[in-house]
Design a protein around this ligand. Structure first.
Ligand code: HPA
Ligand code: ZN
Length: 337
């Protein structure tokens, strides 16, 4: 039986359910797009950019992340961004992805909704055709903006329901509770969208409760603060409500002091449906393989735990049943070799 190693974790078939496409913008592509679009950056070199990626909290990160996104203007830019992520998925054997995109980050700068969606969706279609990677695209509303703005964004998506599969909620959590978005989530559900929301990253466990009970989400993004609330833990275990956890992100944004104090494997052992994801890999120091490797290095992730985490991701995904079966078979073949 193969032991855990970088090679084994990299080859392990993986599924990514919490990934902001704007957060995959590598410094090299940032410079390339800035040049192509004649945009002045406040950095002079890739090294300078990397040095700037030190964050004290979520807001610190968001400021630099929204600034980086300003180089994205044209359909080709969104295509190139998404394609670069897909190539990384191929390298790391990530077989199914459910990326987020933040339309409001771009529409406020005058980029048409269609430009954003069509660039991303064409790359995802090529990802399936050329690389065999399946996907479900999720549109996130920025929670620091108003619900009216989210509703306007939802309306813009009406012509694209063939390529957008769900809606989510991201950006600054504190002071922007799920209740602020009850109307837009109700409308989105009526349009047939799957529902997810970031909750309990920096915000309290009560935001997880209200994401479940007020917004009616089908997955919680992050959700690590659930561990503070025994009743919520019971609810999550009984309902097998998935949490999309992002270990490297949580340490980079100081949600945990270090990887050794991360609680993801405690939650897994208690029976919570936790999954591993990379969030904003260009900013947080790694993609899927690096997140698994961090759990192995700091928390002694076992082979059985790694396999359970992948099985959870298959269960929690919005892939169709036949694709879930295929993914399970691929996992079985890999672990029995
Ligand atoms: N939290 C909230 N909003 C975000 C994140 C995150 O980790 N990444 C990109 N937008
Ligand atoms: Zn996120």
């Amino acid at each position: 039986m193969s032991e855990i190693s970088h090679k084994w974790l990299n080859g392990l078939p993986k599924i990514e359910l919490h990934l902001h496409i704007e957060g995959t913008l590598e410094p090299e592509l940032l410079f390339k797009l800035a040049k192509r679009n004649s945009i002045q950056l406040p950095f002079n070199s890739v090294n300078e950019v990397k040095k700037a990626y030190q964050f004290s909290n979520l807001q610190d990160f968001l400021d630099i992340y929204y600034q980086g996104a300003e180089v994205l203007l044209h359909k080709q830019d969104f295509y190139d961004l998404t394609w670069a992520y897909l190539l990384m998925c191929k390298q790391q054997n990530v077989m199914h992805i459910e990326p987020f995109f933040d339309p409001q980050t771009h529409t406020v700068r005058g980029v048409p909704f269609e430009t954003i969606v069509s660039g991303i969706a064409e790359a995802l279609a090529d990802g399936k055709g050329k690389l065999g990677i399946t996907s479900r695209l999720i549109m996130c509303f920025l929670r620091h903006l108003s619900e009216e703005s989210a509703i306007e964004t939802l309306k813009s998506s009406e012509q694209f329901t063939d390529v957008i599969y769900g809606v989510g909620l991201d950006s600054a959590e504190m002071g922007n509770p799920p209740e602020k978005f009850i109307n837009v989530f109700t409308k989105a559900k009526g349009m047939g969208y799957k529902l997810v929301a970031h909750a309990g990253e920096e915000g309290p466990a009560s935001y997880i409760w209200s994401s479940l009970d007020v917004l009616n989400v089908q997955r919680i993004d992050h959700g690590i603060r659930a561990i503070d609330d025994p009743d919520l833990m019971l609810r999550l275990i009984e309902s097998q409500m998935p949490l999309t956890i992002c270990p490297l992100s949580n340490v980079k944004l100081r949600v945990f002091d270090n990887m050794a104090s991360h609680t993801i494997l405690d939650m897994l052992d208690l029976g919570v449906c936790v999954t591993v994801n990379s969030d904003d890999p260009s900013y947080f120091g790694g993609y899927m393989t690096e997140n698994f490797l961090a759990l192995y290095d700091s928390l002694e992730l076992s082979r059985d735990q790694a396999i359970s985490l992948i099985n959870n991701s298959i269960d929690a995904s919005f892939a169709e049943d036949s694709r879930k079966k295929e993914l399970s078979n691929l996992l079985q073949t890999y672990i029995s070799d």
